[in-house]
Design a protein around this ligand. Structure first.
Ligand SMILES: Cc1ncc(COP(=O)(O)O)c(C=O)c1O
Length: 430
């Protein structure tokens, strides 16, 4: 055998750049292909079993192949998979979003989070008739033109200068994005004040990756944007239906103007949604075609009935009493267990996250933004996630974020703690 541990890993590297579908940098010797998932587990093509801590990057919040989702998808697939037009299920899902998400008065569907954030920014620009957008350093809003700007800058430049992160993103795109430090309302407020008449909107992940908002940060952002007449956009692709049924805006109690949704909403099927104020979303009503502020909106697969069936089945499960209490209990067990292990082994690290999300950062400094996480030991971070992978934990090594699902329970949490303790001992020579 070559440097590959599996024939499928080799075949994957033959056809995919980096052997991956994107943003997934497993070394060749760990590359595999997955063949099956059930609940909190996945199996590779060689039959090896893993406990999944990425869960389709958080898109499968109920667990893999949930029976209610499978039944709903199978039933709809037999009746037609896509009409590129409103179906009964599409309306029911949109009505449920309006009920659930505080800012949602109107809805448009697309097929990914990347599109949802792209459209949210486009709506803000059209509504304010301005071009600039404020984005927080280290935030990911999808693979669209602005979504990865200043995502992982290796050189830290003065705010609000943007760094493209990806080749192919034009200088002029960077010039339209002002970068601010998350959790620093003073600096953010100053940037907004200095550019107030050029800014269309501010986009923020209310829980920035796994970094929690400091008291007053989201409230301050809401206040400043309201006063300046700037559109506040929440990227809730991760937090939507995860931090609560109404998302981070319900959980943290601060309502934006627009919200981008994705991931968990689709129950593992392709989804994106833009929800928010009717006066902003109505700009894409086709009767406005030709009017200056008309927003072009089109999506071949957005709102397709199979995704909507998966989504409605997922949301019905999530509405069951006790679901979020259990998710949060398991998230807390995951984080507190890691804190205990770190204490016991006398290793300095921060355990980050909220609700069912968790990440470790090997630093003694409290992580409040990109710069404090940038100072963490990233080599140790990578050794840790790859070590977990070698010990039967399936995860995304390019992100330190661990996702759990409703299907994760005490045995799965105990398994990652046991693997984690072993790996930390190896890395730190304890
Ligand atoms: C916060 C956030 N926004 C947007 C996206 C993009 O979503 P998608 O991969 O569905 O395009 C992601 C994906 O990881 C994300 O984490």
């Amino acid at each position: 055998m070559s440097e590959y541990s599996s024939e499928w890993g080799k075949r994957s590297w033959n056809v995919f750049p980096g052997g991956s579908l994107g943003e997934y940098n497993l070394p060749a010797e760990l590359s595999i292909a997955l063949s099956r998932g059930e609940g909190p587990r996945v199996w590779d093509a060689e039959g090896r079993q893993y406990i999944d801590y990425t869960m389709g990057w958080g898109s499968v919040l109920l667990g893999h192949a949930h029976p209610a989702v499978c039944a709903a998808v199978q039933a709809q697939a037999a009746k037609g998979s896509n009409f590129s037009y409103v179906s009964k299920l599409t309306i029911e899902l949109a009505e449920e979003l309006v009920r659930a998400v505080p800012c949602a008065e109107k809805v448009r569907f697309c097929a990914s989070g990347t599109e949802a954030t792209m459209y949210a920014v486009r709506f803000a620009r059209a509504f304010r008739k301005r071009d600039k957008i404020v984005k927080f350093e280290g935030a990911y809003h999808g693979a669209n033109e602005f979504g990865s700007i200043s995502l992982f800058p290796k050189t830290l430049v003065d705010f609000p200068t943007a760094n493209p992160t990806s080749a192919g993103v034009t200088r002029s795109t960077c010039n339209e994005v002002l970068i601010a430090p998350y959790n620093d309302i003073e600096t953010t407020g100053r940037i907004i004040a200095e550019h107030a008449d050029e800014i269309a909107g501010v986009i923020v992940e209310p829980l920035h990756r796994c970094t929690v908002p400091l008291p007053g940060f989201l409230e301050g952002l809401r206040e400043i944007t309201r006063k300046a007449g700037i559109v506040l956009i929440y990227d809730e692709c991760v937090t939507g239906f995860r931090l609560s049924y109404g998302g981070a805006q319900k959980y943290y109690g601060v309502t934006p103007d627009l919200t981008a949704l994705g991931k968990a909403l689709g129950g593992g099927y392709p989804v994106g949604a833009i929800v928010g104020r009717a006066d902003i979303l109505d700009l894409c009503a086709e009767s406005r075609l030709g009017v200056e502020e008309y927003v072009w909106f089109a999506s071949t697969l957005g709102g397709n009935p199979v995704t909507c069936a998966a989504s409605l089945a997922t949301l019905a499960e999530l509405r069951r009493p006790g679901t979020y209490e259990r998710l949060f209990e398991m998230g807390e067990l995951l984080r507190s267990g890691f804190r205990k292990i770190l204490d016991e082994l006398e290793i300095t690290a921060q355990v980050l996250g909220d609700g069912p999300l968790c990440a470790l950062a090997f630093t003694g400094e409290k992580v409040v933004d990109y710069r404090s996480s940038f100072r963490a030991d990233s080599e140790k971070g990578r050794a840790f996630v790859l070590g977990l992978f070698r010990n039967g934990i399936f995860l995304n090594p390019m992100s330190t974020k661990l996702y759990i699902s409703v299907a994760h329970g005490e045995p799965e949490i105990a398994a990652i703690h046991s693997a984690g303790r072993k790996v930390l001992r190896e890395i730190f020579g304890k």
